[in-house]
Write a protein that binds this ligand. Structure first.
Ligand SMILES: Nc1nc2c(ncn2[C@@H]2O[C@H](COP(=O)(O)OP(=O)(O)OP(=O)(O)O)[C@@H](O)[C@H]2O)c(=O)[nH]1
Ligand SMILES: [Zn+2]
Length: 354
């Protein structure tokens, strides 16, 4: 095997580089671009990037709509960085925290000519690094030495291949005897877990739950969502049924990460609902990749499930991933005064069944 890093290894490096404030190089045969994450940019790096050409800030159409900027590229906008503006201006474009108290003074000039393919890839990359979806991009550059280089196609997250690392016995208060399996993604991303309750058979439909990580709900008992009670109710239901499998997917905040989820919570404190808050940040309301769940179930030898969920998307995505969902088992627990509006929004805007 060659010692040169392959596409997945470079993808993983690119995410780490962007998180520490290092630019990366994107190419697509026609063009070469230098890309930096808006969130981690500092003044020195910005000055060095400016020396290469005219930077634009790539934003998703959701963020552009909030800023009333034109998104000529459909799903994204390329905003020209004015001569006199610097890091603070870029940060205000990227981060909606001060939108209401210090609205940005327009007009924001969106670029219309040219292609947006590398900008689209740049946004995909910063999102997958769980940073704010905003990237500084300069096209037409000669790739500087020493930076991680990727083709635009290589930024498209392929179906995650998961390798089983270890499994061990785990007795649980709510679920009784079980086993915890740890799986590691091939792309170097965060690990995911599967909890087997009892000894589920592989030749009959298993009671299953795809649970997305929620530090605030699962661990802290937050009253803003229903995650903790759902987690516990699922484990109890599996215990009662005699067996089951709970996938604990590390997709905190519907895939945007805890830092961005807390940014969304802060916007919710300003009066926006859970979907509006994600959009103002520039995210879709749900950024999770549920191919992961199907892959994990297949890896563990399960092909048919009775799925504990109120989310029809989970059912559809599992089926698309080759897992037969023989029944959807509703999981309605943990309604509080604090989360009633959140659950109503998910029903009204995200298709959740109540
Ligand atoms: N972005 C964002 N994420 C949130 C918010 N509240 C909860 N979450 C996340 O939403 C996810 C909820 O996951 P699940 O309960 O597995 O999924 P679900 O889509 O509600 O579907 P079911 O519970 O199966 O019906 C977790 O990743 C939480 O961290 C919020 O206000 N904003
Ligand atoms: Zn939650």
């Amino acid at each position: 095997m060659s010692l040169t890093p392959g596409p997945l290894e470079r993808l993983n490096r690119a995410r780490a580089d962007l998180r520490v404030g290092l630019p990366v190089v994107l190419t697509d045969g026609a063009e070469v671009a230098l890309v930096a994450a808006a969130e981690t940019l500092d003044a020195d790096r910005l000055a060095a990037i400016r020396a290469l050409g005219q930077p634009v800030v790539a934003l998703t159409a959701h963020r552009a709509a909030t800023l009333k900027a034109r998104a000529y590229d459909g799903d994204l906008a390329r905003i020209l960085l004015p001569k006199g503006e610097g890091v603070a201006w870029i940060e205000a474009l990227a981060d909606p925290a001060d939108d209401l108290t210090h609205p940005m003074k327009g007009p924001l000039l969106s670029q219309r000519e040219g292609r947006a393919d590398l900008h689209r890839a740049a946004l995909r990359l910063v999102k997958s690094a769980q940073l704010l979806p905003a990237a500084l991009v300069v096209t037409g550059v000669t790739a500087p030495e020493g930076l991680t280089q990727l083709s635009a196609a290589e930024t498209a997250t392929p179906e995650t291949r998961l390798t089983p690392v270890i499994a061990a016995r785990l007795p649980m208060r709510l679920a009784g005897a079980g086993r915890l399996h740890v799986f590691r993604p091939e792309d170097g991303g965060i690990e995911h877990y599967a909890v087997e309750v009892g000894r589920p058979m592989r030749d009959t439909p298993v009671l299953a739950r795809l649970h997305s990580a929620c530090f605030t709900g699962d661990v802290l008992g937050s009253l803003k969502c229903d995650c903790g009670p759902q987690l516990h109710a699922a484990l109890s239901a599996m215990h009662e049924a005699g067996s089951g499998v709970l996938l604990y997917l590390n997709q905190e905040g519907r895939g945007i990460g805890l830092a961005n989820k807390m940014r969304a919570y802060s916007l919710q404190d300003q009066g926006f609902d859970t979907v509006e808050a994600n959009h103002r940040l520039g995210f879709e309301d749900d950024e999770r990749d549920f191919r992961l769940g199907a892959e994990l179930l297949r890896k563990m030898g399960f092909s048919q499930v009775r799925l504990l969920t109120n989310n029809p998307r989970k059912v559809a995505m599992l089926q698309k991933g080759g897992i037969e969902v023989v029944a959807r088992v509703p999981l309605q627990v943990g309604l509080t005064d604090e989360n009633a509006a959140y659950l109503a929004t998910k029903a009204a805007k995200s298709g959740h069944l109540l």
